[in-house]
Design a protein around this ligand. Sequence first.
Ligand code: ADP
Ligand code: MG
Length: 660
Amino acid sequence: MDLLAVKKIGPKSVQILNKLDIRTVQDLLTYYPYRYNVYRPSSLNEINDIDVVCVNATIESTPKVSYIRRNFNRLSFKALANDFLINVVIFNRAFMVKNLDVGKNVCLIGKYNKQKNSFVANDIKLGWITDIKIEPVYHITKGIKNKEINSFIQNAFLYVDQLLDYIPKSIQENYHFLSKEEAIREIHNPKSSQKLKQARLRCIYEEFFVFMLKINYLKNKNENIKGIKKEYDEEKLENFLASLPFELTTDQISAVNDCLKDLKSSKKMNRLIQGDVGSGKTIVATITMVANAYSGYQSALMAPTEILAKQHYDTISFLLKDFDIRVCLLTGSVKKKEYEEILKQLKNGEIDILIGTHSLINEEVQFKNLGLVITDEQHRFGVNQRGNLQNKGILPDTIYMSATPIPRTYALTIYQDMDTSLIKTKPNGRKEIKTYVKKESELKSVLEHILKEIKLGHQIYVVAPSITENEERNVHDVQNLKKSFFLAFQGKINIDVLHGKIKAKEKEEIMARFKSGETKILIATTVIEVGVDVKNATTIVIFNAEMFGLATLHQLRGRVGRNDLESTCFLISDYDIERLKVLEQSNDGFYISEQDFLMRREGDLFGTRQSGDMIFKIADLKKDFKILLQTKEDSKIFLRDTKNMEEKYEKILKSISHID
Ligand code: ADP
Ligand code: MG
């Protein structure tokens, strides 16, 4: 329903409200306060100097206004509070003077200094607050005040029946929830903290319930999708396994078994492989693709960057060099003629495994019989890209690989519709990466360390948040660091620069030079975050570490420590040291992601995901986790037991193909 229908809202207000993502009357009514001011009157005797308090008083002297300078005025009067005569001051409220007369009752909110007997108020309410008063506080934007939002909402209550209630009757009764209307009213006009709590609980529950309903629905749907039942020659696969240059870890073996079991089943595979950086997910993917090829189907492996796609291609084609399986790389930088040749071979089935980036989802890329789609670092892709690739086969099996260890909370919700394989242990010979948080002023010792490592024949990554100098942000940038390092080492050491704006072809050359050991120091942005594998690199220095999430830093750190050499990570920062110290203490990606999760706002966590579905309006994944678990169960039962789904549910369930 249109916002203009609401009394007092005109086109101008609509514009401002839109900025707050309020587009309909429903949006307005569910524009929840993010916190509340609670006023509880106290007596002057019982308060101290520090607390913001709320005191009932009666005005005793005519209020005086003095204008100190432009935009700065002072209003003062004497007032009687609990039989004490006190001096009251409030700044920049000259406009209030017309409402304040001797004898009037007011409620003063602010701090009281006993010694000076003065009350510095930051707000004055007309009349006494006898009971507790709870005032909603909304996020605001330029051109609108808290009070106005609240008054718009009050006017919108006329249409409160427009809000659909998604909590099923039986559940409503079972938990004795307030009605939706009552709850919404209470949230915007709280009467008591207890009732407010009930109201919030109800709305949080509803929000989670709808979310989990969708997830459970998807899960059921996936379970019922028939996939292709694949059969392959076990002996041939054994031969391939026997050729691997290393023994698989226990976790890798069980992940491989999970994948092979799914491949052979008639159910469509929908699996997430979660494993910390360097845990060896690529080989699991490779083995599954080999089995898929032996079943007579093609596979596609999609990586988020060209560098990574190329690297996968190198690794996988090396492993398959003695086998009769054709691997091909398709990226944006493939020449037209070659590109067309690849497309042809893909269509007639000559290519068994296609590796690439986003370019795999171009419409013209057509497979003969795509049976398996693997997405690496899947959190980097949006739903549409994923969906496209899936549509190319007749229900190909799908595997998502993620190196971002997902906190339990997060995984439970978002990936609940997928099966999961965990790779927890790292291949033998991996050492912990020693990590140090250093101040800018301690850079000298870092440089000494770098020099020492280079003398040992090792290589260094340096990471900065920006490509070029940026006056607004005042952070280190790749270009200037290159200059500084050049000077610091007197031009005697080969330094290269890598960032997202460099052309693909050139990027490849830069990576090749670093891999070959020609370049000693690679200064880069986070383009090196995912998957890049150069075993000889032993040190990574990350500038302005405070700019990055812990999970990202952990990913970056995973670029080193890729063999049995001692490896080091330096986090350079003058800020946010406490948070960064988590990395000094732990090399466990799961622990780190939990910490990251606890320290970050939910919005950041979902920053890489696109849909508004993911951001809860009133619920908080962290605080309300127990409610989430409850709705998970309740929505499952509801789905199971409901024969004729009401239209409103049909509508939300039909609107999703996959939550991402
Ligand atoms: P990630 O899980 O981060 O994608 P990779 O698949 O790139 O990890 O593997 C990291 C490195 O570990 C690669 O160089 C790979 O060859 C090596 N590796 C993987 N599995 C094993 C193993 N079982 N034993 C020894 N090295 C392994
Ligand atoms: Mg990887």
